[in-house]
Design a protein around this ligand. Structure first.
Ligand code: NDP
Length: 402
């Protein structure tokens, strides 16, 4: 009989998700952690044994290799696979899951390795494949995407007859003491931030359209509770694609993220000298990809935990109608980097992704959420997820606004 969870990837997000799964071992029964570098799995295994006296298994796998994944999944025989490797591996892991008849969960949508482009198209196209295999794919169970989609579903269910606008506001006010570092995988992070911005709105004819902006062109100051006023920049973010389809009555949805001056200066400079390039260049007779080389030079995000202080605040501002009256609310979560580190060994950006990854996996594992096929997180009942957040270290607040 299938039993347990197989977690793939052993970076910053995985550390938190694996620690949290171990804290919920009554649900998950058995945990196997597999990644490209076995040593990183063994480090997490050791820390969990020391801190919680929970035993987990480890394995080595190349998640770009479908036959290797199938071999591992058949050997471990889990009920579900949690993908916290990189977005490049989404499709291969999904294919291996349907081949073995196990559920799939991830935190980021598929990204083309050779093109700075991420979208749900290829993952949504696997819906029939998942239905045929009688298994579920839960897409985007991190924070954004993830909790932001749950906040949207919760607001739609309890606070509005129709939501008209959504602004997702993501603030990381953490300070790691480095002049420049990224809080999650540098390649994924820099590709996202240096790309053109984009948001979705309905035009006068009622048709949805994407409005494109230059990188970091649109800026607004936003007062984040428990953090303060921070400049926030409009970015394209993947959940805009699914939420613009799944939230009834929506007229406009945008995503904003805070960046400090030092981050922006460094990023612009790296962009200007070509260090963010994803095309191979020749260097002393050898092909290198500039952004991959840069990722090698930058601090490993998993190592930022002990030195990062400050808070994150991520949430959604909703405007719409309830019982014919206009309404505006803000749902958000605040996390403290050091508290996250003390509990899980990860800073708040890894924590706010790894905890929802575990919660999504838990709700599928215990059958609270069940739907065969490929689904985004906002398509499930938000209530049990919101309840778990309160119990698993991600308390949320709701503020009624004018
Ligand atoms: P890291 O780079 O820290 O970790 C990625 C891990 O995946 C590493 O252990 C790496 O192995 C492993 N890996 C990479 N390629 C392969 C492969 N081919 N086979 C097996 N393992 C592989 O990333 P993060 O932990 O920061 O991010 C993990 C995921 O979470 C990413 O998809 C990211 O986009 C997503 N994310 C989602 C957020 C959200 O809110 N939804 C926010 C932040 C991140 P190795 O150690 O050998 O390099």
């Amino acid at each position: 009989m299938k039993k347990g969870i197989l977690i793939i990837g052993a970076g910053g997000v995985s550390r938190v998700a694996t620690v949290k799964c171990a804290m919920n071992i009554d649900t998950f029964e058995k945990i196997t952690l597999a990644s490209r570098t076995l040593r990183k799995c063994e480090m997490i295994q050791k820390e969990i044994k020391e801190a919680q006296n929970v035993d987990i298994d480890v394995a080595c796998v190349d998640a770009d290799d479908v036959p290797a994944l199938i071999k591992l999944i058949k050997k471990v025989n889990p009920k579900q696979v949690l993908n916290v490797a990189l977005p490049y591996q989404d499709l291969t892991i999904m294919d291996a899951c349907t081949a073995c008849g196990v559920d799939y969960i991830d935190t980021a949508n598929y990204e083309h390795p050779n093109e700075a482009k991420f979208e749900y198209k290829e993952q949504w196209a696997k819906d029939a494949q998942f239905k045929e295999a009688n298994v579920n794919a839960l897409l985007g169970s991190g924070f954004d995407p993830g909790v932001t989609g749950v906040f949207c579903a919760y607001a739609a269910k309890h606070y509005f007859d129709e939501i008209h606008t959504i602004d997702i506001m993501d603030c990381n006010d953490g300070d790691h003491g480095y002049a420049f570092a990224t809080n999650f995988n540098p390649e994924i992070n820099l590709r996202e931030v240096s790309a053109n911005g984009r948001y979705w709105q309905r035009n006068e004819k009622g048709e949805g359209e994407w409005i494109e902006t230059k990188p970091l062109e649109v800026k607004m100051d936003w007062d984040y509770p428990q953090v303060g006023v921070k400049p926030s920049y409009l970015l394209y973010h993947e959940e805009l694609e699914s939420l613009s389809k799944n939230i009834k009555g929506i007229q406009r949805i945008r995503f904003f993220m805070t960046f400090g001056d030092s981050y922006i200066q460094h990023m612009n400079c790296l962009q200007n000298v070509g260090m963010l390039g994803i095309e191979p260049v020749m260097h002393q007779g050898q092909e290198i990809i500039p952004i991959e080389f840069l990722a090698t030079l930058l601090p490993d995000p998993a190592s930022l935990g002990p030195r990062t202080v400050g808070k994150t605040n991520i949430g959604c501002v909703f405007e719409g109608i309830k019982d014919g009256v206009k309404k505006k609310i803000y749902i958000y979560n605040v996390c403290d980097h050091q508290e996250c580190y003390k509990e899980t060994g990860g800073q708040a950006v890894s924590f706010t992704t790894g905890v929802p990854a575990m919660i999504g996996a838990k709700l599928l594992y215990n059958g609270t959420w069940s739907a065969k096929g490929v689904y985004n997180i906002e398509e499930f009942d938000p209530d049990p997820f919101m309840e778990e957040m309160m119990n698993q270290g991600l308390p949320w607040n709701i503020q009624e606004m004018d």
